[in-house]
Design a protein. Sequence first.
Lengths: 559, 334
Amino acid sequence: MIYDHDVLVIGAGLAGMRAALEAARNGADVAVVSKVHPLRSHSGAAEGGINAALDPGDSWEIHAYDTIKGSDYLADQDAVEIMCREAPGDIIEMEHMGVTFFRNAEGKLGTRAFGGASKARTYFVADITGQALLNALYDTLLKAGVKVYEEWFATAIYAPDGCARGVVAIDMLAGELNMLRSRAVIVAAGGSGRVYEPSTNALICTGDGHALAYRIGAPLMDMEMVQYHPTTLKGTGFLMTEGARGEGAYLLNAEGERFMKAYAPNMMELASRDVVSRAETNEIAAGRGADGCVFLDMRHLGPEVIHKKLPQIHEIALNFLGLDMLDHPIPVRPGMHYIMGGIKTDAEGATPIPGLYAAGECACVSVHGGNRLGANSLLDTLVFGRRSGAHAANYVKTAAPTAAGEDFLGSEQRRVRELLDRPYAGQTYARLRLELATKMDERVGVYRDEAGLNDALATIRDLERRYQTLSVQDKGRVYNQALTFALEVGYMLDCAEATVVSALERTESRGAHARTDFSQRDDANWLKHVLITRRPSEEPAISYQPVTITQWPPKERTY
Amino acid sequence: MNVKFVIGRYATDREVAGELGPPFPLPYADKPRKTYQTFDLDLPDEAMVLDGLIHIREYEDESLCVRCSCRCAICGSCAMWINGHAKLACTTKLRDVVQDGSVQIEAPPSVGAVRDLVWDQKQFWDKMRSVKPWLEGKQPVPRNEEYRVPNEAMDELVQEISCISCGACLLDCESFAVNPDFVGPHALARAYRYAADPRDAITDQRLKEYSEPNGVWDCTHCFECVQVCPKGVAPLDQILKIRRMAVDAGYTHNAGTRHADAFAESVRESGRLNELTLMPKSVGLFNLVGQLQSLPSAFNLLRAGKLPPIIHHKVPNWQRIKNIFKRIGGRFAR
């Protein structure tokens, strides 16, 4: 089947839904394509909160400075300025949509402290802020009557003339490929956490958006910048929100010391995430860890704070470790959490490919640079989701209409058929992914060096070769997950390659990218972004773009 | 821990009808539509049901279909029937559900199966949409600032906002089982969240709509939804709150309110329930069509020897019960 819309959004998390809503408000016929129901999106897992300088004692400049310092001066300061200036408006708008933000005694929005922030500017709903935002935004989308193709899996972006003109997607329930034609495509498909094992990310975070855009020639930027969250649960790797430390939790090593005093004497546990994750890794390496973990101690917070403000992580620690944080410190370790890099966009969400936009975790504006501050990602999704939706709706007013597309749909159908028909040759999606993801965690984690990165790259090249013989055991058509997982492994290999190649390129340490063989930040040579562009049957091309500095020249970064 | 996973597997209707072309070498592709397949697994003692399912899907049989994503009760994808009750596979510990070394897992029979453990969610989302689950903000919307409301009012809603829309409550709802048009616990809990939001402008209209047939009064208080909810939302509590709000707002011209009034009146005036008058009073004494419609049920009761006594006796000291009503006050005290 062929369907037509003005604007198509891939992904129905916060960025995607916000983009769709704004495009609809600007008069575009917009539809959302999502491989899961919108309420299953991983935005819902964001726990701690969302930043904005709303309070009279705060200002967007301080928020911007904190963000830029947190990014280790890799963020583009013009983009950060836009995000921080517009943040209060977006929070207020979400409140008007019905988000039940925590209130202070006057009935106004109240805040909690968060990592890397010099003021308490994080607005929250208990420790389910993402879920509260996701529900309110979805409800508003229902009210606006925006079409959502639920459980449709995107296999490719249609770009016949170098412009994005639609998406081919598998309708999972019907088991059929369809062509969705449009004049603009907004990629808002979220992160790529499954490239790592373990990761705080859900099983659906497979870098689909990164890869779909990369494959039609959109450059990826800052892909070496992968955030390890300091507090992920022992074993399963589930997220223990930074809000816990915001509420006053301690990090202890096995000797019971608040070890952060040696690494960040001023901010202690609330230093930025890259700093805390490195500190934990150092403690564990020095033998002051316990079974590869340190401890998150919340016992002194008391039942009132834990039940009212941190109920979800209380429940997760109980469920998965059998530990009650009221009585026990919780073992945690740094775990892969977020990718700062993504599809390069300008502040309107536009990529260098006409008609192609990106927003949210899969995009790189860049507002997070080398390290994202906690509670800035929800903000990023709303601000740049909104901006890309508005800009795309405007773009389609003058863009030439899209015709044809049957040939492209046919070629995608053949590609999928070929994958389904391929005989078993010993490769399964699960084994390939696990091999990739454990290697990435081992070699491309908190600390990196050239030998390790080359080893990871060799593994990726080997897996790419074996991927060509990957077969799918499920030959059914309806809800064939083995097929979509196999396609996802292809997306993940693209993301992993971009990350490792970019990490080899950047011969310095900045933000989350800590090279043991180049341990210093090198502003003279590396105050620039690494961009990676795919070339057909060649090694990907690397290029650079200088960091935009407006009013905060780089200086030494201490917490 | 060795566990036998007994999994209900479905061929789709189109597969059964042979509509999908080339043969499907799936273990269940032949009729009958549903078959049970077993897998013997050795899993860690701490494993969740979902760990086993993912293991099967990844290493034993790629064709097993399971919706799941976050693995920690946040995304709401993996509600399914585990030993005949709706549960989230991701937070159900195997050791809590294994009986005689095995556990049975299937799509809940109250809704259709798309394939295997993937159930048809269309009705579920349609029901949610039917309650207008969005804020109709009070006018004028404050300019450049938030609505001023007390934190207690927000806290009151957080119980529902913890809802992850997994659907477990609807899947095991007894009223839904006999009346597919019942809006259901999930949608009504969501309805309460907006009806009770101090920022909402159409609370009155909501209460009127939620009081209509298939709405709040169709719940039979079986408590299944409270029991199966993995997030403590307690949908029944939210339904009861809507009922109270609706009665207070004067939406009493419905079978549900009449039933509650007749029930209370009978107990207040005689100390026990007069079942003979309860039904006619609930239907409405002047509602002749409704009265006639309830006749077949009455005959069935008569035939089964279950008709309540014609002469209703008061309990001894019934006045003391009436005094209790007086002491409590409110609508039922008179």
